[in-house]
Ligand binder design. Structure first.
Ligand code: ADP
Ligand code: MG
Length: 557
């Protein structure tokens, strides 16, 4: 079979090698299994259903959200000699009749259709009488409110498994964040499907996170060595974009501003100038990015922290499309977290608030990582790896490390003992032997792991658990309040076969000074700020011992 799919790859598509994991995915689908494929845009997802469509009997249905996307795909398939067509509202009555006829006669291999059309009763009835080779759902994140492009018509697709129990379903998306993924799987009713996550690493991008301190100066210093290079500086608000642009101009750096508050003409002017290399630096809100296809962006600076890891990944991903070394620098300050939280909590859609806060917390956890940034970033996406990079800020300037094998074993076995049904806060209570009622009620005070971690503070355990998440030993389910589960990598640790080396937090004193200044400036009394201060003071007090991580809030795990 492998020989034949290779043959198809070469003769129909003109390629000679599969990219990982195309071959495995194709083989599974050809064998009739369901697959969920998460790969970045341009990764090569289409072949993963197009080849199986040519190796199984019957018609392949491809669900796609946009007529333009369908048309591109169909045109290139037809150009390769594949019998493909689309069925949507852009067809004339004649064309629609012709496609229908081809479909009925079994002359088509692939049919692209919009979800609302597919799920119409008359269309489903026609399909019920036909042999289907597979159903491919492109842009599958459109089914989820967690995703960035929710489309109500996609939710109907949850009925497909029931309607076509024997037809393999392949769902595809470039949206990697774990909550969206779980939600997609749940909604499609495909809990058993094999998930492939691949291709997210961008080896030519170097990731750095700096504590934000006099950020304009930090930015100027960074840009000073990059006069001839093109780059993007992202900031969270229009006002901030304007301020930064002004500052840069007064420092003699030619910069263009880009945000949704500017006229179409102005935005187009900036984008074109950037594209043509007439403008080196664009200072922008997230509005800048769609449709930028500039290969030689050498750096992306986040002046403010983005609101999710997914946005961070997409925005930093605009650097280095040409494969040459590029920089991703983020300035990170507690103030940004406050601002972002306040903005989110402004909304009166409670579910939306919950989702966004979870995403923000994952972003903060990344910013505070003491482990290899690349690894933390990829593990967030489920693209696990077992080695550090050697060029992120953590890898090139590592924090002091300690052998945390024993602690890791305790934490992991506690997660296991509580049945992988609780979040970090709860696990820490069990570890520290808390007398709280919720622990007693569930008889978790009788577990063998109860109280085995009483020697460390809650903050220290939070720090350890956070690092275990970044290293991929623990997997939080953000869509279920951060419930912790074990990954396969946890097993050798539990068995005592692997060492776990973790980082010690750094610079508690500087952080304390900064936070104190913020408190003074804002004259706020905020419970979380207070907790930060308290944790920080404690860190200063006993710096000789293991300093606790500066805890922003329980939820930042
Ligand atoms: P995605 O849907 O994941 O964004 P596509 O399926 O559109 O990506 O593929 C992106 C590009 O990669 C296309 O030009 C496609 O022809 C090319 N491609 C896909 N697989 C291979 C391969 N095995 N070898 C060479 N090029 C490939
Ligand atoms: Mg695609």
């Amino acid at each position: 079979m492998t020989a034949t799919i290779h043959h198809t790859l070469a003769t129909v598509f003109g390629f000679h090698e599969f990219r990982a994991p195309q071959q495995e995915v194709i083989e599974r689908i050809v064998a009739g299994e369901d697959v969920f494929l998460v790969m970045p845009t341009g990764g090569g997802k289409s072949l993963c259903y197009q080849i199986p469509a040519l190796h199984r009997n019957g018609l392949a249905i491809v669900v796609s959200p946009l007529i333009s996307l369908m048309k591109d795909q169909v045109d290139s398939l037809v150009a390769n000699g594949v019998a493909a067509a689309c069925f949507n509202s852009s067809l004339s009555a004649d064309e629609a009749r012709r496609v229908s006829l081809q479909m009925e006669k079994g002359e088509l291999n692939l049919l692209y259709v919009a979800p609302e059309r597919l799920m119409q009763a008359d269309f489903l009835e026609r399909l019920a009488g036909m042999q289907l080779s597979l159903i491919a759902i492109d842009e599958a994140h459109c089914i989820s409110q967690w995703g960035h492009d929710f489309r109500p018509e996609y939710t109907q697709l949850g009925r497909l498994r029931g309607l076509f129990p024997r037809v393999p379903i392949v769902a595809m998306t470039a949206t990697a964040d774990p909550e969206t993924r779980k939600d997609i799987i749940r909604q499609l009713g495909l809990e058993q499907m094999t998930v492939y996550v691949a291709g997210f690493d961008r080896p030519n991008i170097t990731y750095t996170v700096l504590p934000k301190h006099k950020p304009f100066n930090q930015l100027e210093t960074f840009l000073a060595g990059r006069r001839d290079e093109a780059g993007i500086v992202y900031a969270l608000s229009r006002k901030r974009v304007e301020q930064i642009t002004e500052r840069l101009r007064s420092a003699g750096i030619v910069a263009g501003a880009y945000h949704a508050g500017l006229s179409d003409t102005e935005r187009k002017r900036v984008q074109d100038a950037f594209q043509r290399d007439d403008l080196r630096v664009v200072v922008a809100t997230v509005a800048f990015g769609m449709g930028i296809d500039k290969p030689n962006v050498r750096y992306v600076v986040h002046f403010d922290m983005p609101k999710s890891v997914e946005s961070y990944y997409q925005e930093t991903g605009r650097a280095g499309r040409d494969g040459l070394p590029s920089e991703a620098l983020m300035l990170f300050g507690m103030g940004d977290v406050m601002t972002a939280r306040a903005l989110i909590e402004n909304s009166n859609n409670a579910e939306r608030v919950r989702i966004e806060i979870q995403k923000l917390n994952a972003m903060v956890a990344y910013a505070e990582a003491l482990t290899c940034r690349r690894r933390a970033l990829l593990s967030y996406f489920g693209d696990q790896r077992d080695h550090d990079c050697d060029n992120c800020d953590i890898c090139t300037n590592p924090p002091r490390r300690f052998d945390a094998s024993e602690h890791a074993r305790k934490a992991l076995s506690c997660v296991y003992r509580v049945g992988e049904r609780f979040g970090a806060g709860y696990v820490i209570e069990v570890l520290r032997g808390s007398k709280s009622q919720r622990i007693i009620d569930l008889k978790h005070d009788r577990l063998s792991t109860y109280g085995i971690g009483a020697d460390l503070s809650a903050g220290e355990w939070e720090n350890i658990i956070r690092q275990l998440i970044h290293l991929g030993y623990l997997v939080p389910d953000y869509s279920r309040y951060g419930v912790l589960g074990l990954s396969p990598a946890a097993r050798p640790v539990l068995k005592g076969e692997t060492e776990v080396i973790l980082g010690l937090p750094r610079e508690p004193i500087k952080v304390a000074e900064r936070v104190q200044k913020q408190v003074a400036a804002k004259k706020v009394y905020d419970k979380e700020l207070f907790n930060v201060l308290r944790a920080t003071r404690k860190a200063i007090a006993d710096e000789a011992s293991v300093p606790p991580f500066v805890v922003f809030s329980d939820a930042t795990l």
